[in-house]
Design a protein around this ligand. Structure first.
Ligand SMILES: NC(=O)c1ccc[n+]([C@@H]2O[C@H](COP(=O)([O-])OP(=O)(O)OC[C@H]3O[C@@H](n4cnc5c(N)ncnc54)[C@H](O)[C@@H]3O)[C@@H](O)[C@H]2O)c1
Length: 357
């Protein structure tokens, strides 16, 4: 196992706790875990399985994502640190069932060697069934299938957290949290986007949805939603834009015509500087790691802390209180909601530097 410590100048950023990288003895696939911070408790974060151009790219991804998890946990009030893991496939590499199982066993071995400091959840390319394989091999993992006593998909609580954030932000921007009559564009009609869209439609909002797949378009038509082409969706004249697809969609030059942006998509900004540019354009952007925390908040409360549904759901709903406070503080101080979220994270961490790499 290659263990990189904070004595290593490259590629480990100064504020990461550790990065462990190992080529699996069964699968030959390289997997890695980055633990950004354990200041608040054991570090948790998703396990991403995808193809990378090279291991440098995979390391950059796992380091950046683990740092963001520290902020996500800290701002959501969780007593957990931030981490992430990556199963780095080669370009074009496809795994059959047996190879996938071997990769998961290798990854479980790596996670188990961290002695409880990393708790894995699902991310792009992995799901609850994979978490069960990790758990069965002695690796701490959450978001297990319902058949194994877990909560299954985290999409429901993630959507509930987005709706809580959206209501709170609507209160700040429009003077009322009620989405009734608001024109909302949901970009990305996937697991979370669909639930956010239906929650808003049920509350009386005028919902337009968009996606890149024909299946999503057919489903949207069947369910009676207005449709926007993906290339035009972000620029639609609306009250609220909900990015629920991929990251990197909001840049300084992106044409936007909604005064409020709040959604679950991770890493929505091309870079953190875009937060200032959005504020200067009079657009309120709720930091994605605040709005999207519902899934991890709920799942960890239920599966790791053993809390009941009502207590866990109340924690998800409290994301709305966090958003209200961030927006009120940013308005009062002339800062961005992102700056306020980062400051809140730093306060919880007792001054430990947490900037994303
Ligand atoms: N599922 C969760 O619990 C969770 C938690 C936190 C964050 N997120 C983030 O929220 C986002 C949505 O998650 P999900 O679970 O619904 O994913 P998903 O894969 O089910 O849905 C994403 C949808 O976006 C569509 N899409 C891709 N590119 C697009 C584009 N350019 N324009 C419009 N649509 C496009 C896809 O076709 C897909 O239908 C992701 O960024 C994810 O990382 C999800």
């Amino acid at each position: 196992m290659r263990k990189v410590t904070s004595m290593t100048v490259h590629p480990l950023p100064w504020d990461h706790d550790r990065l462990v990288v190992r080529r699996g003895r069964r699968s030959g696939v390289t997997t890695m875990v980055a633990i950004h911070s354990t200041a608040l408790g054991p570090a948790l974060g998703g396990c991403r399985m995808k193809a990378y151009a090279g291991l440098d790219e995979a390391e950059r991804d796992v380091l950046r994502l683990s740092a963001a998890m520290t902020d996500k946990c800290a701002v959501a009030g969780m007593d957990f640190g931030g981490a992430k893991s990556v199963i780095a496939l080669r370009p074009g590499q496809q795994l059959d069932a047996e190879e996938r199982h071997a990769v998961l066993l290798d990854h479980a071995e790596l996670i188990a060697s961290l002695e409880g400091q990393y708790l894995a959840g699902p991310d792009i390319g992995t799901g609850p069934e994979d978490m069960l394989v990790l758990r069965e091999q002695g690796a701490p993992a959450f978001c297990l299938p319902e058949s194994a006593g877990g909560i299954g998909s985290s999409s429901g609580p993630t959507a509930q957290g987005v709706l809580a954030a959206l209501r709170a932000a609507s209160g700040a921007v429009f003077g009322t949290p009620d989405p009734a009559g608001r024109r909302v564009v949901v970009c990305g009609f996937g697991s979370v986007g669909r639930l956010v869209a239906s929650g808003l439609a049920d509350a009386g909002a005028e919902v337009t949805v968009s996606d890149v797949t024909e299946g999503a378009r057919a489903d949207a038509r069947y369910l009676g939603y207005a449709w926007a082409e993906p290339a035009e969706a972000l620029a639609l004249d609306a009250d609220i834009l909900v990015p629920a697809a991929v990251g990197g969609v909001l840049g300084t030059d992106t044409v936007l015509n909604a005064p409020l942006i709040v959604g679950p998509a991770n890493n929505q900004l091309v870079d953190d500087g875009v937060a200032s540019s959005l504020a200067a354009r009079g657009i309120v952007w709720v930091p994605d790691y605040v709005a999207s925390a519902g899934g991890v908040v709920y799942t960890v409360a239920r599966e790791v802390e053993g809390l009941d549904h009502a207590t866990a759901a109340a924690r998800v709903a409290a994301i709305g209180d966090v958003v209200s406070a961030l927006l009120s503080d940013s308005a009062a101080r002339g800062t961005t909601p992102l700056a306020e979220a980062a400051a809140l994270s730093r306060r919880r961490l007792g001054g430990v530097r947490t900037a994303a790499v």
